[in-house]
Design a protein around this ligand. Structure first.
Ligand code: NAD
Length: 482
């Protein structure tokens, strides 16, 4: 697999690596690493596109194009879903229904956003009865570096590429080294839909000393939009600091759920099952800390453990499969290190805690058991650090204030979910969560016009609807003396 630069697949003098199938450990493909020269070509191609016809397109033209792209993604839905499921090991049904469906929705949502966006203007009163008119115009940010992770590769990529292109930017995309396939397929779809050469470029590779670093340090890049770990966010901030470039960061989480005794327990257990175990726990929004009001702790613990046992780990093509493997053997080792740590810290393991034996040719894959603990406290690292696996700790609380204090006792601040039938409490507790996204009686329910992002270690800035325009455009204020 090669990078895609200036409208075509591109050779590079960089190395190559095996893209490993997390389902069984087999090699899916060889991926060519972009060297500094190819990254430079990609940035130059993006700049040339901005200086050419793409830089002169109207908002209306781009909105039409974004809708056409959405249609093309849907036409090739099965191909995208198979590529996504192949790279990640996630169930094919999920790849179809969530990842690919959302990719198309992202392009439609940002077509609508740019078509509807306006700017306030101000009539300024001056001495002597005169006036001035102030209004601002948006211009594209320029060449945007888009760096994304492996957990929801196409969904997260299009969440950034759609607003970037709708606003008239050109992009250089670096997908995760684990999931190169759908970023390359998207290049073909964009070209078919009529996106000019150089507007969307893909460079494959790693972070430090590879395409990620070459891209973020490139002087021709005007801004970096990044989804990934907080540690990589820090490295990217360092890389762009000498040239003071814009960043938008969607980073890690250590997300809490708060379950009150008055919650609808059936609905809560169904919600928690999703929020803890969806995508094998590899969603930045996944719950890893569950605070439960003491009277219902036992019921929630046993109900959630029962549902965890009922999850079906298996081949992604099997429609009965609910849960795939982790992304890699290396990531499984990281998650297992937290499983060991939890035990050493005296956790009671309600379910899971190890590696399953699935047979059927799957034992070379990165499989892991869904796991729940009780008995941990905030002094324990599994309660403080993002694990990014199918696991959570349950902790009792006695008062609303205690629940809020515990939920907010983290350096992260991405998402929280509050489960209660008390309407007033739902609102007040949700608002007291120190996070970017606070849900009541649901989880991962998104309106793409609403702001998305995190506080503290979870990120910088908000994307979504008009919030995305604030990152992907620069404002120029025009002041006219009347
Ligand atoms: P990661 O930070 O290791 O890698 C993300 C991307 O950054 C990859 O493409 C990687 O190659 C690249 N990269 C790594 N080092 C780099 C460097 N020095 N310079 C430039 N690029 C570099 O993250 P990951 O393991 O791929 O993904 C998991 C993480 O992503 C978790 O922490 C998760 O919470 C986070 N995440 C956050 C959100 C969100 O919206 N907040 C969404 C999904 C995932």
């Amino acid at each position: 697999m090669r990078g895609f630069v200036d409208g075509g697949y591109a050779e590079s003098e960089g190395g190559a690596w095996d893209n490993v199938d997390p389902v069984d450990g087999s090699v899916r493909s060889r991926v060519q690493e972009a060297d500094a020269a190819l990254v430079d070509r990609a940035v130059r191609a993006a700049r040339a596109a901005l200086d050419g016809a793409w830089g002169r397109t109207s908002v209306a033209e781009r909105a039409v194009l974004m809708r056409r792209i959405a249609d093309r993604i849907e036409e090739r839905s099965e191909q995208f879903a198979r590529a996504e499921s192949g790279d990640t090991g996630k169930p094919l049904t999920q790849a179809r229904e969530l990842d690919v469906a959302r990719a198309a929705a992202n392009f439609r949502a940002f077509a609508d956003t740019v078509a509807a966006a306006g700017q306030p203007s101000f009539l300024t009163d001056l001495a002597g009865g005169k006036q001035a008119l102030n209004y601002a115009v948006r211009r594209p940010l320029g060449v945007v570096a888009v760096i994304v992770p492996w957990n929801l590769p196409l969904l997260l990529l299009t969440w950034k590429v759609a607003p970037a292109l709708a606003c008239g930017n050109a992009v250089v995309v670096k997908p995760s080294e684990h999931t190169p396939a759908t970023a390359a397929m998207l290049a073909e779809v964009l070209a078919e839909a009529g996106v000019p050469d150089g507007v969307y470029n893909v460079v494959h590779g790693f972070g430090q000393g590879s395409a990620g670093q070459f891209l973020t340090e490139h002087p021709g890049v005007d801004g970096v939009t990044f989804t990934g770990s907080s540690a990589t966010g820090t490295a990217i901030m360092h890389a762009v600091a000498p040239r003071v470039r814009q960043v938008s960061f969607e980073l890690g989480g250590k997300n809490a759920a708060v379950v009150f005794a008055d919650a609808d327990l059936e609905a809560t257990l169904a919600g928690l099952t999703r929020s803890v175990f969806a995508n094998t726990g590899q969603v930045c929004l996944c719950t890893e800390r569950v605070y439960v009001e003491r009277p219902v702790l036992d019921e929630v613990a046993s109900g959630l453990a029962e549902r965890a046992k009922a999850l079906k780990l298996g081949h992604p093509d099997d429609p009965a499969t609910t849960t795939g493997p982790l992304i890699s053997a290396e990531h499984r080792e990281k998650v297992l290190s937290y499983y060991r740590l939890a035990r050493e810290r005296g956790a009671q393991v309600l379910v899971g805690g190890g590696v399953p034996e699935l047979g059927g040719g799957l034992d070379g894959g990165s499989w892991i058991e869904p796991t729940l603990w009780t008995g941990l406290t905030h002094a324990d690292r599994p309660m403080r650090e993002e694990i990014f696996g199918p696991c959570a700790a349950l902790v009792p609380f006695d008062t609303e204030d205690e629940a809020v204090r515990l939920a907010n006792d983290t350096d992260y601040g991405l998402a929280a979910a509050v489960w209660t039938t008390n309407l007033s409490r739902g609102h007040t507790v949700a608002q007291r969560m120190r996070v970017g996204l606070s849900w009541v009686n649901t989880w991962f329910l998104r309106d793409l016009r609403s702001p998305f992002g995190g506080i503290g270690l979870s990120g910088i800035g908000r994307e979504g609807g008009e919030h995305s325009l604030d990152f992907y455009t620069e404002l120029t204020n025009v002041c006219v003396a009347l």
